[in-house]
Design a protein. Structure first.
Lengths: 318, 324
């Protein structure tokens, strides 16, 4: 199956925007102009965008701390992301969340800093959708490493037991912080755990946007029709280090080279050109336009006001 | 005035009344349809299985699910059967529930109540007997309510369910199981957070007692009265927020302070009140502050050692005699 031209072009645009956002973040960090340590999702754009692409605005998304892909995909603007990353008091979280982005307008409740704790929160939002009879699914987007947290097990259990409209979307980038997943898992795949709860699951290629998007569509269709949860594992590769200070010498060069040949943006570009959705010139124009968009959002965010002592004490019961 | 009800009935009525007035309120927890101690007993017949939701045995994830439900428009009342199980949920409670509003710039509020039965006396040993409320006062963002009477159990729980900030609601097992009844208003009423009750007036010493220890402090005050010592007994009702005005108005009058709690002594509620006394009210003190609390040991399982572990009216009387 192929995506409609308009959909493929839009997903391609989002993937490039994410890549440029993260490149800009990396540059800012090198220049010492941002405190949020870049945990980049380079190479995983087809997963983050494919997982969020078929969602509606009214659906709920829990994201990760790795990159901005799923947040852009769910509708956050570059300006809102920069404003929060730069600790501006006008940020959606008033500069208090930084990389733990939350955006109520786009139904993004936030990210648990202790990884995996939000597994059960996703069960809770889906439970509320069911109790309130809302036509709404919860997308729980998580890295494979976090699936070893204690919350994963009871959350899948409760989601299946109560037939909740929640999708557990596992981005398997093969690295759990600074070690390969073989040091964390006795298996190559994580998704088959779902079978233990009678939850249907799929394992798909995470590099091809059409594959990721369509797998997500199947998962959402299942969850939206009251059949209960669904698990999808997207196989990808973390091209970036864990964070800026990580030399990532533990990642074999030959693996990096092999996966670079299947860069998700390059794969999508080939399809876009082959199907004449864009010409090479139009592709260049699109990229120029996105570079400008990222730079303009960044400049606008830098101009926003910093928080002060009053902000330190606001928004908490003490 | 209205009818007389027990502490247990007060909790049950508070939940039922709040569920009637607000369809977003629901109860979840392990075996809440049965109600092991009885707080939720019978609710399922009025509100159905969807709003009285039995959960698997997974405390940390139960709190996470309550957080998620609150993020999406519901007002969950979560029962943790034993307060000791709160320690299994410290990640969700202290890292997430308490701090989510702040960290999201108040985009998300957390109208979650966690009710937990605490306290010793039932010979249930170390993991089913502790009072852990004082371990929660270090976390910003959490309200900690700890009623000592049926009236306050009902009024505080109703306030807790209407609160948009998270509340840990402490129910002492000796109060849950007590047959004692108290008159409560027939009409809808609430008890505000941060407003202490003066349970007994006196001029010689201020006893600040928490939760079930209020009962013990009142017995102790009667014994002391026979010796000519008049104790003022203050029940804070919530330890966060703490009604320092009422506590220290009393200390200014009596000049002497004894704190009483069933949680442990190190870093406890008494330690916090003592620190406030030393820093802000030092000039009113005529004697050192005494703290009555559980010792820094696990709760033993058998009756001989557990009775030695638990604070009681005699330990309160002894503490008062040391400073009056």
């Amino acid at each position: 199956m192929a995506l409609e031209d308009d959909t493929l072009r839009e997903m391609y645009r989002r993937m490039i925007l994410v890549r440029f956002m993260e490149e800009a973040h990396q540059k800012l960090a090198r220049e010492g102009r941002i405190h949020v340590n870049p945990h980049l999702g380079t190479g995983q754009e087809a997963v983050a965008i494919g997982v969020t692409g078929p969602l509606r605005k009214s659906d709920i998304l829990f994201g990760t701390h790795r990159g901005v892909g799923e947040y852009i995909g769910k509708g956050m603007t570059p300006k809102d992301i920069w404003t929060e990353y730069l600790e501006k008091r006008t940020g959606l979280c008033k500069g208090k969340a930084t990389q733990h982005l939350a955006d109520r307008g786009n139904n993004i409740p936030g990210l648990a800093a202790c990884l995996g704790s939000d597994f059960s929160m996703a069960v809770g939002t889906a439970l509320a959708s069911k109790m309130r009879k809302l036509d709404q699914v919860t997308m729980f987007y998580v890295g494979e490493g976090s699936c070893n947290e204690g919350d994963a097990n009871p959350s899948m259990c409760m989601a299946a037991l109560w037939k909740l409209p929640v999708i557990f979307a596992i981005c398997n980038n093969q690295y759990c912080e600074m070690s390969h997943m073989r040091e964390h898992f006795p298996t190559e795949d994580v998704a088959p755990r779902a079978a233990g709860y009678d939850i249907p699951f799929e394992i798909v290629d995470g590099q091809d946007i059409e594959t990721t998007y369509e797998a997500t569509q199947r998962a959402i269709a299942h969850a939206r029709t009251a059949k209960g949860p669904y698990v999808v594992e997207y196989k990808t590769f973390r091209m970036a280090p864990h964070y800026a200070a990580d030399s990532a010498k533990y990642v074999p060069k030959e693996d990096l080279a092999a996966w670079a040949k299947r860069d998700p943006i390059d794969l999508a570009r080939t399809k876009i050109l082959e199907r004449r959705i864009l010409t090479e010139t139009q592709d260049e124009e699109l990229r120029d336009q996105l570079r400008d968009e990222v730079a303009a959002a960044l400049e606008a965010a830098f101009a926003e006001p910093d928080p002060g002592i009053g902000d330190l004490f606001e928004d908490v019961y003490a | 005035m209205g009818q007389k009800i027990s502490f247990l009935k007060a909790l049950n009525e508070a939940m039922a009344e709040e569920m009637r007035r607000d369809p977003s309120v629901f109860v979840l927890g392990q075996d809440v349809r049965i109600g092991v101690f009885g707080q939720t007993r019978g609710l399922v017949s009025e509100f159905g299985e969807e709003r009285i939701l039995n959960t698997p045995i997974a405390e940390n994830a139960m709190v996470g699910a309550a957080i998620g439900a609150a993020m999406n428009g519901m007002r969950p009342v979560l029962e943790l059967m034993f307060g000791d199980f709160l320690l299994m949920t410290m990640d969700q409670v202290c890292n997430n529930l308490a701090q989510w509003r702040y960290i999201t710039g108040a985009q998300y509020e957390m109208p979650v109540v966690i009710r937990a039965a605490m306290g010793g006396g039932s010979r249930s040993a170390y993991g089913h007997s502790q009072c852990v409320e004082s371990q929660l006062i270090q976390t910003p963002g959490l309200i900690v309510a700890i009623p000592s009477t049926p009236h306050d159990a009902k009024g505080l729980l109703k306030t807790a369910i209407r609160s948009n900030d998270p509340v840990v609601f402490v129910e002492h097992k000796r109060l849950i199981l007590s047959p004692l009844k108290q008159e409560v208003p027939d009409e809808d009423f609430t008890v505000p957070f941060g407003k202490a009750a003066v349970r007994r007036e006196g001029s010689d010493v201020t006893i600040v007692a928490v939760g079930f220890m209020v009962t013990k402090a009142l017995y102790a005050a009667e014994k002391l009265a026979r010796e000519g010592i008049e104790a003022e007994v203050i029940d804070p009702r919530t330890i966060v927020p703490l009604d320092t005005d009422t506590i220290f108005d009393s200390v200014e009058k009596t000049g002497r302070l004894v704190t009483v709690e069933e949680s442990r002594i190190r870093g406890g509620v008494g330690a916090e009140i003592s620190a406030l006394a030393c820093s802000d009210y030092f000039s009113c003190l005529k004697a050192p502050v005494r703290r009555v609390a559980a010792p820094m040991v696990p709760v033993p399982g058998g009756p001989i050692l557990e009775d030695l572990y638990l604070p009681n009216e005699d330990s309160i009387v002894r503490a008062v005699r040391q400073i009056v």
